[in-house]
Each structure stands twice: as structure tokens, then as C-alpha cells.
Design a binder for this molecule. Structure first.
Ligand code: SAM
Length: 269
């Protein structure tokens, strides 16, 4: 691949374009998002994610981690952007930026009850607001073999730099679906398996629930929990005991505990 001269100016249009991917408005307009680091970018291209831009440290084009990314970029018709470390830092808004930053194409999916050997598990998140929580949940969903996350209602953007960072690459491994609350209620009504909600006033203990078969695990908003409309869409609502003085668990922790309980039931050691 013929490489352009290294970019040295923050006024460069490509630098500005990549920097703008911190803004949701611009991610929506372009359909792109940023991922950082050779490991995560390499995994993404090996999974077939489309790479539009690769910003990397000038002079590292023959690095064994960078070369395959440049090849993938050529395959995808993307543009290579060698640049200085300080410009990589400007784009990632970090003092110690990674050697490569990739701009990938977003991809949303539709949850399918037939995937996951006919017994898929999806995590549905009602109006999740915190990108760190969402990224952590994608990472845990990936670790526990879930198909992906369904973002219900007005949620934080799964493709924000913060969510992608917190997912540690899982954003490329799990499906991401989006729907409004009414559409979710309709979807849950036709789902061939259980929908298990999690809420603090619930009377059944999470250890006693039936996690077998196609499963949707529904988690509530960080501040207000699950609204009645979504509770009514569930077959069962479970709680995790709170023995101390705190009134609830952090959303990502609650999701992790429930996902690992589901894993224990669905895939015994
Ligand atoms: N004040 C909120 C409420 O009353 O539901 C707290 C929300 S909590 C921070 C976020 C979500 O995590 C909840 O909606 C629920 O899905 C889940 N969650 C947290 N702790 C839980 C627990 N002990 N049992 C069941 N779900 C829990």
C-alpha cells in the first residue's frame, strides 16, 4: 500500500474527522466509531468489521501488528493515516495514546431466537445511561456466552469512545440491537423463551429462577429501575439479596451476577 506523508497538523481534515467521532451527532452522520489499540483493531478486522480509517504512529507501517491492519484497510477501501504521537493523543483525548486508532463501521442487529444453538441469551437494558456500565455489560455478556444486548428506549450510545473502551473489544463480539419500550413489549410477547426481569422489590431470589432455554435478561435504568410497563412484559422478576445498608447494586455488577448465575444453570461445570 502506498502511504501518504505523515500528518503533522491538528488542522488536517482527517484528524478533525476522527476527533469528531467523540460526538454522537457525528457518529450518527457517518455511521463510524473509534476503536483503539492493535489487539482490538486486529480482532475486529478478523471478525469482518469494516475499517474505514487507520490512524497510526508514523514509521510503524512495518510493525507486525500494524501491517495486517493496513492490508485489511486496503481490502476495505479505507485510508491509512500515519501521524505523530501528539495527533494520536488529540484524537483519542489521552496522554498516552495507543499506536493505532481505527474508524470502523457501526453494525446493528436484530435478536434472533434461533441463534445460540436454539437457546440464545440476550441482555436487555432499559434506558442505560452510563457508557462505562454499557461497555462493562457488553464485556460480561461476551464472557458468559450471551448473544448480545438489546438497548431499550433512550440509551447511551454503544459506539461512544467510552463504551467501546470499557467493552475491551467485546463491542465487536456481541450483537447490539435497539428498540423502543413498546417494541420491546411486543418482541418479548413473541419470544419463545422466558423474559426475566431484575428489580429490587421482586420477591423471588435470583438463585431460584429458571434460566434454561431462550432467555432475555432485562435490567432497569440506573436511577429509576424498571418501569411497570417493562415489569409486566416479564415472566419472572428476580432480586439479589442486599444484606448491608446499600439499597441496590451497580447496574453492571447486577448484570454480571445474574449472567454468571445464568451461566451456572445453563452450562454446569
Ligand atoms: N433506584 C433504582 C431502583 O429502585 O430500581 C436502582 C436501580 S439499580 C442501580 C439498576 C438496576 O440494576 C436495577 O433496575 C436492576 O435491574 C438491577 N439491580 C441492582 N441491584 C439489584 C438487586 N439487588 N436485585 C435485583 N436487581 C438489581
Amino acid at each position: 500500500m502506498n502511504l501518504p506523508d505523515p500528518i503533522t497538523s491538528a488542522a488536517n481534515a482527517e484528524v478533525k474527522r476522527l476527533r469528531a467521532l467523540h460526538e454522537r451527532k457525528y457518529r450518527r452522520q457517518t455511521g463510524w466509531f473509534l476503536a483503539e489499540g492493535t489487539r482490538i483493531c486486529t480482532e475486529a478486522v478478523s471478525l469482518g468489521w469494516r475499517l474505514h480509517r487507520l490512524a497510526f504512529l508514523a514509521g510503524r507501517e512495518n510493525d507486525r501488528h500494524v501491517r495486517p491492519l493496513l492490508e485489511a484497510l486496503e481490502r476495505d477501501g479505507g485510508r491509512a493515516l500515519p501521524m505523530t504521537e501528539s495527533l494520536l493523543g488529540r484524537i483519542s483525548r489521552k496522554d498516552n495514546p495507543q499506536m493505532v486508532l481505527g474508524a470502523f463501521e457501526q453494525h446493528l442487529t436484530t435478536p434472533d431466537a434461533r441463534s445460540g444453538s436454539g437457546s440464545p441469551l440476550w441482555v436487555a437494558l432499559d434506558r442505560v445511561r452510563d457508557p462505562g456500565n454499557l461497555g462493562t455489560i457488553m464485556r460480561t455478556a461476551d464472557a458468559t456466552g450471551a448473544e448480545g444486548v438489546i438497548l431499550v428506549g433512550d440509551c447511551t450510545d454503544p459506539y461512544s469512545v467510552e463504551a467501546v473502551r470499557a467493552s475491551m473489544g467485546a463491542v465487536f463480539n456481541v450483537g447490539i440491537a435497539m428498540m423502543g419500550a413498546d417494541a420491546f413489549v411486543d418482541f418479548a410477547a413473541t419470544w419463545p423463551g422466558r423474559t426475566i426481569g431484575t428489580a429490587l422489590p421482586a420477591s423471588s431470589d435470583y438463585r431460584d429462577a429458571d434460566y434454561q432455554g431462550p432467555l432475555i435478561l432485562l435490567m432497569g435504568n440506573e436511577q429509576s429501575g424498571l418501569p411497570d410497563q417493562l415489569v409486566e412484559a416479564c415472566d419472572t422478576v428476580i432480586r439479589m439479596p442486599m444484606l448491608g445498608r446499600s439499597d441496590s447494586l451497580n447496574l453492571a455488577v447486577a448484570t454480571g451476577v445474574t449472567l454468571y448465575e445464568a451461566l451456572r444453570h445453563r452450562h454446569p461445570a
